[in-house]
Design a protein around this ligand. Structure first.
Ligand code: PDD
Length: 295
């Protein structure tokens, strides 16, 4: 099957897509990205993802030659189609950096075009793990104070996830000042006495799209929700703990730092939210008339 990607205005095979050694994404991690889920060729919550991408670009003042939201959606749609991903599960990856220029920390000359890269790949949901439940370790949250921006500067996340892999667990959960912020690539929820807890949106977490959808689903189900951080020391007393994300969906966490959470089995709230999220992922809600809007 073709593996077409989009780089700087062109569709081309992945092995022919090359970035300049002067690209500021490479030199400084000076860029933002998004990961969007697609099911049966239909992207999940594309507007929310692109809104977050645009707000990141605005915050970092990257703007020269960046495609419109509708162009990005059309590019993504063409990649899904061109790579045979109109059936089954897939992910679309978008990355925009401040472009290529002589290495200086300050911004490059005004006319330097942003580097725009989009790709699509097949995706295998973690079915078995989702039913059995995953495990996590805690890691100190050593990240900067603008974690709400989805920048490609992911070194603390990379190191935390590697620590998780070496500890043979599913995810690393960051702890800042004693409180759980989020996972290395997920948001974290807890449940106690029928009430749901998660860190409030702030500069210390990424405002996850799955997190936002899960909060909507919780409201539909009639769960009480408190957007308040969970104390790491109290996490094992929760009735349930789970993580959410584009490539994770809702994943119960049944062991934390080697000890069982919530009796070591997935809880009913996580399983119900998992089911409702799967319906939203597959369902025909919010169809996007892509061809019309880009015409
Ligand atoms: N990561 N927190 C962090 C630090 C993340 O990197 C992610 C997503 C999330 C969940 O956000 P969302 O529900 O919008 O996917 C939370 C993506 C999947 C990644 O880096 O690959």
């Amino acid at each position: 099957m073709a593996d077409l990607v989009f780089l700087d205005g062109k569709f081309l095979p992945r092995q022919r897509a090359h970035i300049s050694v002067q690209d500021r994404g490479f030199l400084f991690g000076d860029g933002v990205y998004e990961m969007i889920r697609a099911s049966g060729g239909r992207m999940f919550e594309p507007d929310r993802h692109l809104e977050r991408l645009e707000s990141g670009l605005r915050a970092l003042r990257i703007g020269v030659g960046t495609p419109s939201r509708y162009d990005l959606l059309e590019i993504a749609r063409r990649l899904l189609e061109g790579n045979g991903l109109l059936a089954g599960d897939a992910t679309v990856y978008l990355q925009i950096t401040r472009g290529a220029a002589v290495r200086r920390h300050n911004f490059p000359p005004d006319a330097t075009p942003a580097t725009v890269f989009v790709s699509a790949a097949t995706f295998l949901p973690l079915e078995e793990l989702r039913h059995r439940g995953g495990s996590a370790i805690t890691q100190p949250d050593t990240r900067w104070s603008r974690c709400h921006l989805k920048t490609v500067n992911l070194l603390p996340n990379v190191l935390a996830k590697q620590a998780a892999v070496e500890a043979d667990v599913t995810e690393a959960v960051f702890v800042r000042d004693g409180f759980i912020t989020e996972g290395s690539s997920t948001n974290v929820f807890g449940a106690r006495d029928g009430e749901l807890f998660t860190h409030p949106t702030s500069n210390h977490i990424l405002p996850g799209i799955t997190r936002a959808v899960v909060l909507e689903l919780a409201a539909e189900i009639g769960l009480r929700v408190r957007e308040t951080p969970i104390l790491a020391a109290e996490a094992r007393d929760l009735d349930e703990m789970f993580i959410t994300g584009t490539t994770t969906d809702v994943l119960p966490i049944v062991r934390l730092d080697g000890r069982p959470v919530a009796g070591g089995v997935p809880g009913p709230i996580a399983l119900l939210l998992q089911e409702r999220l799967a319906e939203r992922l597959e369902g025909p809600t919010r169809p996007l008339p892509l061809r019309e809007v880009v015409a």
